[in-house]
Design a protein around this ligand. Structure first.
Ligand code: AR6
Length: 171
């Protein structure tokens, strides 16, 4: 199958690209963002800085690509999910965009295998089940029209997200 589910740390996954749940500054933070920068080393931040100089960061729902530094992956795709404000701020669409723009950027860079964390479901407070439905739907829709990607891995860090994805993917 093209869609895989894992429980664990995304910095250890051997795929062409891992996706980072970043913020608009692209200059690092906590959660998965912190873990990726810590494990990948300076090279990632250096490239993020150059992107910031060039285009002034990354807007919500958009994505940029950098080296993965010392990580087993080749690239990190940094995307910015929406902060949850109760659903009145176009959060669903912005989360869809974060997934689909990451996938498009991956395909444009020859990526065959890609791993996603559960974007926006940590500090940004997006309801987990709602986010999982959006993630799965965005990935399935993209894979229908794209023949270059071979594998998409959802990497859950917490059991609750893992159980939600397991149920939704098997439904
Ligand atoms: N591998 C996989 N998933 C992880 C890892 C890991 N090593 N560490 C955490 N997660 P969050 P957000 C999961 O808060 O909600 C940052 O400060 C975590 O359990 O990392 O999009 C950024 O700089 C959760 O399910 O990202 C932004 O400011 C998921 O990753 C802000 O947080 C996302 O949680 C973005 O918030």
């Amino acid at each position: 199958m093209m869609i895989k589910l894992l429980l664990g740390d995304i910095t250890r996954i051997e795929v062409d690209a891992i996706v980072n749940a970043a913020n608009s500054s692209l200059l690092g933070g906590g959660g998965v963002d912190g873990a990726i920068h810590r494990a990948g080393g300076r090279a990632i931040l250096d490239e993020c800085r150059r992107i910031v100089e060039r285009q002034g960061g990354c807007r919500t729902g958009e994505a940029v690509i950098t080296t993965a530094g010392k990580l087993p992956a080749r690239y990190v795709i940094h995307t910015v999910g929406p902060v949850w404000h109760g659903g009145i701020n176009n959060e669903d669409q912005l989360l869809t965009n974060a997934y689909s723009n990451s996938l498009q950027l991956a395909a444009d860079n020859g990526v065959k295998t890609i791993a996603f964390p559960n974007i926006s479901t940590g500090v940004y407070g997006f309801p987990k089940e709602r986010a999982a439905k959006i993630a799965i739907e965005a990935v399935r829709k993209f894979l229908k029209n794209d023949k270059s990607l071979r594998e998409v891995v959802f990497v859950c860090f917490d059991r609750e997200n893992h159980e939600i994805y397991e149920r939704l993917l098997n439904a």
